[in-house]
Each structure stands twice: as C-alpha cells, then as structure tokens.
Design a protein around this ligand. Structure first.
Ligand SMILES: Cc1cc2nc3c(=O)[nH]c(=O)nc-3n(C[C@H](O)[C@H](O)[C@H](O)COP(=O)(O)OP(=O)(O)OC[C@H]3O[C@@H](n4cnc5c(N)ncnc54)[C@H](O)[C@@H]3O)c2cc1C
Length: 436
C-alpha cells in the first residue's frame, strides 16, 4: 500500500515561478515539496548545449525584457554575465532590407492610441480597423500588428485592447525598451533559484488530481500521493485549461468557480522558435553585418535575429501567432526547410547555398508539449483582469502563480513568473504566520 507523503506546502511545477515560490518559502522556514512532471527544472526556460555551437541554444526564453529587476538581481547574485542587445533593427520589404529606424517610436504611434479603460473592451483588430493615426501611419499599423502577433504570440481578433493599452508595449520608457541576454544560458536562472530548495524538487512526478478543503490539500501524482496544508499551482494556462484525461491535465476538486471564470478570459499563444547553426556568418558580408533583428511580413518566418553583440554563426527564426501555430503542425524537417527558404528570402542568399552552410538546427514544439500547451498567455477581450483574478488565494489553501498571473506588462516573461511565485509565497506565508 502506498503511503502519503506529508509536508507544509506543495508546489506544482518547477518553472521560474514554482522555484521562486519554493525558495521564498524555504527561506521562511516552511517545508515544501515541488512536484515537476518533466525530467528537468526550468519549464519554459529550456537551454540546450552542443559542442559545435559557440553559444547556448535557447529553445524557450532567451531575452531579459526591460529592467526585469527579478532576473537582474539573480544575475548579480549568481555572478552571471548579461549583455545588452544592440538595437540594430532591419525591415524586410519585398526584395529589400531597410534599416528600421525609430522602431519604438513608430510602435508607440499606434500602441499609444489604445485605451486602457475602454468600455466595452474590444479586440486589437477592432482597434486597428478604426485606422488609428490615419493614412500617415499605415506602415506603423502594420508594424504594430506584426508586433502583437509575434511578440505577444496573439491573435489580433482575440487579444484585449485594454490589456495591450495597459502593458502591451514599453511606451516611451527606454529602460523597458532594452533587451538583454545571458551569455551562459538562461537555465542558470532556474539553476540559481533551485539551489536552496534543490532537495525538495521531485522530477518526473506528474500531478493528476488535487482534492482540497480549507487548510488541507491532497495531491495524486504518477509517483504516489502527497498531503499538505496548502498548495501553490504554477501550471501554464494551457495545462489548467486541459480537459480531464488529456496528458498533463490536473483535475481540481472541488472546482474553483472564480478561477474557471478567469480561465475563460485568457488563452495561450503559439510560438515556433528555431535555432540554426551555420558554418559562417553569411549575413556579415553586406549591410546587415551588425544587425540584431530583421523582420517583415514573411508568410512563414517573419522575425529573424542574430546573437549580437556576440559573433556567432547562429540565427534564431521566430514565428508567433497564426504562423507559429501553422509551423508547429509540421515535422521538424519540414520546419527546418521552411526556415531555410525564409532565410533565403530575408537575406537574399540562394536557398541551396544556405542549406549547404547549415550545420544543425534545433527547435522544441511548445504546442504539442503536454506540460506547456502553448508558449505564453494573453488576455482575451474582457480579460484584462484575468491575471489578477487568478492571483487571489482560495480560502487560504490554494494559490495560483505563473507568468499569466501578473500584469500584461510582465506576463509571458521570466521576471513576471518569478514575481508571481514570490507573491504567492508571501500570501501563503502570511496565512501560515511564517514570517513577512
Ligand atoms: C518559445 C518561448 C520563448 C520565450 N521567450 C522569452 C524571452 O525571451 N524572455 C522572457 O522573459 N520570457 C520568454 N518566454 C516566456 C517565459 O519562458 C515564461 O513566461 C516563463 O518561463 C514561465 O514560467 P512559469 O513558472 O510561469 O511556467 P513554466 O516555466 O511553464 O513552469 C510550469 C511547470 O509546471 C510543470 N507542469 C506542467 N504540468 C504539470 C503536471 N501535470 N504535473 C507537474 N508539473 C507540471 C511544467 O513542466 C513546468 O516545469 C518564452 C517562452 C517560450 C515558450
């Protein structure tokens, strides 16, 4: 007969938010068990290494977006190296590559016209249909649309104008416009977060069901049962929305009406991200020598970037929203071929030549991954408060954290996920009377 293991707090998920919550509770003397379905920590931070590649290969999060104080504090404490990505942006139009000057200002021409307290809320598409800025800003509207589809991984027909107005772009804040990257790989961040609760993380432990009543939680997993006074759930939105019987799905009994309402107001966007290693930096011969980003409206892969300021023969191909979803349906080989064809269009180099320069290619299918079910969340029309609703504790017993439970400005980010885990830990510690 299997026994039930007892602890103070169960944390479901060892991504950035779960590990941050665990560390924070352990520092307050609370006993925790972190239950993680995968055979690794980090969740949507997924760094791969290959001796042929001069830099770590990021299959999930790569950038430090804006000031990201939670990530930068870890960078300092863990002695990691971070670099600023130069803002050398280019646009691909027809057969031309044109410097994309004033990217942020042009984006703001459109994003700055949305209304954060609009009643009723409407979709970004409906907002764009009013042609904000008139004829003069037609190109900037296109830029904003690509930004929302790619960066937010969102469907313009579904994403909330209110949420985007509030935090969908850095507006004029130069600190929030900055993008950085961690030279040694993003996995050092979950690695640092897990140092203290290391012994408390149980890998390959798939949570299937949670039964709860005030101050008591019982969790059924692939590795037996666990009991605690409270639980912090850091499951991605797609997993919380999965139907009973779907891989990774977790049934919660009794169901939480408030959470179900919030879950109907948010969804997860698709992203296909591919890393290509070439024999040489073929783009350095022309005017793109120092480029960081190259973007346009390519039907397959609309965004490309280098590892600038590093010199490495590696490119990242990115497609968010509908294009990301379409690519995710293909086999990895087909995705690679689409990426090569798209790179040939973007960089003006024959496809055959690029194929011969390719050393290897890496990607992870976040759509089909049962423990992520998509890349990251965005609020639907009427859902600008969904994250706030999810973050409200249930009877001092169930707490929800994760990237979807913070403001739109920080959702879908690593620093947002860390912040949410610490918030849930503080709420719970207060309830348990376990330190500030
Ligand atoms: C392709 C891609 C690119 C990104 N780029 C960036 C970027 O450049 N910068 C940035 O800041 N952010 C980026 N993000 C977003 C960032 O990675 C996430 O916001 C953040 O890592 C989410 O952390 P989390 O703890 O909320 O969720 P997760 O990291 O998903 O953690 C949840 C954990 O729960 C586990 N789990 C799921 N189901 C179960 C179950 N049934 N039982 C037990 N465990 C379960 C999962 O395995 C996972 O480990 C990107 C994400 C993707 C997918």
């Amino acid at each position: 007969m299997s026994t039930t293991q007892k602890t103070d707090v169960i944390i479901v998920g060892a991504g950035a938010s779960g590990l941050a919550a665990a560390r924070s509770l352990r520092e307050r003397g609370v006993r925790v068990e972190v239950l993680e379905a995968r055979d690794r920590i980090g969740g949507r931070i997924f760094t791969h290494r290959d001796p042929r590649a001069p830099a770590p290969i990021e299959l999930g999060a790569e950038f430090v977006h804006g000031s990201a104080p939670e990530v930068m504090a870890i960078v300092r404490e863990a002695g990691l190296l971070a670099v600023d990505v130069p803002d050398d942006r280019w646009e691909h139009r027809g057969r031309n590559r044109i410097p994309s000057r004033d990217f942020w200002r042009r984006l703001e021409h459109i994003m700055g016209r949305m209304n954060a307290s609009r009643e009723p809320d409407r979709s970004f598409y409906e907002f764009l249909a009013t042609k904000p800025g008139g004829r003069k800003f037609a190109r900037d509207r296109m830029l904003a649309r690509e930004y929302v589809e790619n960066f937010h991984a969102a469907d313009p027909l579904r994403i909330s104008e209110r949420a985007l107005a509030k935090g969908g772009s850095p507006h004029g804040d130069v600190n929030e416009q900055r993008i950085g990257r961690l030279l040694d790989g993003y996995d050092h961040v979950p690695g640092w977060l897990s140092r203290k609760p290391h012994d408390a993380v149980r890998l390959r432990t798939v949570v299937r069901a949670i039964e709860w009543e005030p101050d008591a939680v019982h969790v059924d997993t692939s590795k037996g049962s666990f009991a605690a006074r409270a639980a912090i759930l850091t499951l991605p939105i797609g997993v919380l929305q999965a139907r009973p019987g779907d891989a990774g799905a977790v049934s919660i009994h009794p169901a939480i009406a408030k959470h179900e309402e919030a879950l109907s107001l948010v969804t997860t966007g698709p992203v296909t991200r591919m890393v290509l290693l070439f024999r040489e930096e073929f783009w350095r011969k022309g005017k793109l020598a120092k480029m960081s980003f190259l973007q346009g409206s390519d039907p397959d892969v609309p965004v490309w970037w280098t590892l600038a300021p590093l010199r490495a023969p590696m490119l990242v191909a990115w497609a968010g929203g509908r294009r990301g979803a379409a690519l995710a349906l293909l086999s990895p080989e087909e995705r690679r071929d689409r990426a090569i064809a798209s790179a040939a269009r973007h960089f003006g180099v024959p496809r055959r030549k690029l194929a011969s320069l390719l050393v290897d290619f890496w990607t992870h299918n976040w759509e089909e991954d049962p423990f992520s079910r998509g890349a990251y969340s965005y609020p639907l029309v009427g859902g600008s408060k969904a994250g706030e609703m999810l973050a409200r504790p249930i009877r001092g017993t169930l707490y929800v954290a994760g990237e979807a439970t913070v403001d739109e400005a920080d959702s879908g980010t690593v620093h947002g996920a860390i912040r949410s885990g610490r918030r849930a830990a503080t709420q719970l510690a207060r309830h348990l009377g376990a330190g500030a």
